[in-house]
Design a protein around this ligand. Sequence first.
Ligand code: SF4
Length: 504
Amino acid sequence: MPWRKSWTDPSTTTLEEVERRAYQVWISEIMLQQTRVATVIDYWNRWMERWPTIQDLAAAEQDEVLSAWRGLGYYSRATRIHDAAKIVCKDSSMKGLLPTDVGELVAKVPGVGRYTAGAISAIVFGRAAPMVDGNVLRVLSRQLGVFGDVKADKAIIELLWAAADSLVKAIAGDDPEDEDDIDHNTTTEKEEEKEAAPSNRPGRWGQALMELGSTICTPKPNCAVCPITSSCRAYDEGIRSASKRGFISKPTVSSNTTLDIEDACILCKPFEEYAEEDDDNEQGTKTEEGPKQQKPKSRTQTTLRSFAFTQVTSKRKITPGPEPPPSPALSSAALEAVVNYARKFPLKTVKKAVREEETLVCAIRRSDGRYLIHKRPEKGLLAGLWELPSYIVKDPQGGSAKTRKRDAEKFVQGLISESVKARKRKTVVKHVDELGSVPWLFSHLKLTMHVHLFEFVDEGEDSDEDRLKEDGRTRSRWSDVEALDAESMGTGMRKCWALVKEAD
Ligand code: SF4
């Protein structure tokens, strides 16, 4: 990952270098939201070649920025980065340098939430700030055995952020190189509140957690190679569950199991202990060792008090110890039972049904070979991108090719008369064909775009003034094929344009 570099202490380096490093990390973090690392690498490299500094980005045209973002999706991210770059450069207190503090980053830089702010603060400035993405939420919900919705349940999300905050603060102040290492069992509150000196530890820690979540503690975790099984509550409970079901003859890990009603967690949801594990057995195989036939049992998670790792009472100084012991040798069936237990965490949410929509994408070719294009509104889906004029079908399910043609003709007639009536010119519009349909999936929307080609004969040619029409919300212009190829368009619309070019 080209944006990962060794940490340099901002107090010993030049302002330009810190500014550039903050800019690089910021762009990478925004690009990585909703997009895979492998895809982002090329985009990030091209971006940095084109706009190596935040000042270069601030000076760019919006269309150029949208065009460079093409293919990454969620275009509002590009618009926000661009707006934010301009603000950061113009602001008299920032002058091009992103703030070091999470609160200030969130308040002053549009599009920066607490995750991105934490990443910039920790990775660039070495501050003890948590960075919690979806992967980290999953890792922490397993490590702490919190069974809840990490996407929508605010109390659960806040709990995990608080845990991440405590962890990064402990890590930042727990430097093995430091002779005055703190004894965490004897520190006073005041000492604990003292902010640790900036170092590479918070950034490395945050990135390590995210890496663990994306490579090992994935939705189906690979607990066999995990370096932190010894502190993982889901793993520990999985061992006990597997043991109860006969996959393990002798429990290899034991925790305090004497619970009373006060130990019931008020945040976690109840879950069925066995039924889902068996459903999750992807191979559908049952081994000789088990499982024992047991009825599904619903239970509520207990508080952390009941988990062994909170019960360390010895006054030992926390220093790096030997490598953690390897995971207990488990048979493949036992390991599978443990993994199936751990993968229940966090609680799976029922996905909302995706809305379906159909549009008629109308390519209107003028006799001089130019096409009419529209700019989308500055807010909302595909904000600020260019597109062929599009009409949302009112009754998507009941449409036939005939009704689509009729609706497209009506729509195009309306557009053309709006634009030429005032000038009293004679025009002819002819529907050529429906060229095909392009399906496109957004996170919340399943779109089908039916592409129609029209020919438009206009007696007169538009003057320069006519070429750009502003109606307050959308802008339109006639564009030749070459110019249209270079326009900033969404990837789905570009596929529609490819169909039109093929027919041209
Ligand atoms: S032991 Fe398994 S569930 Fe726990 S953190 Fe490691 S991979 Fe995730």
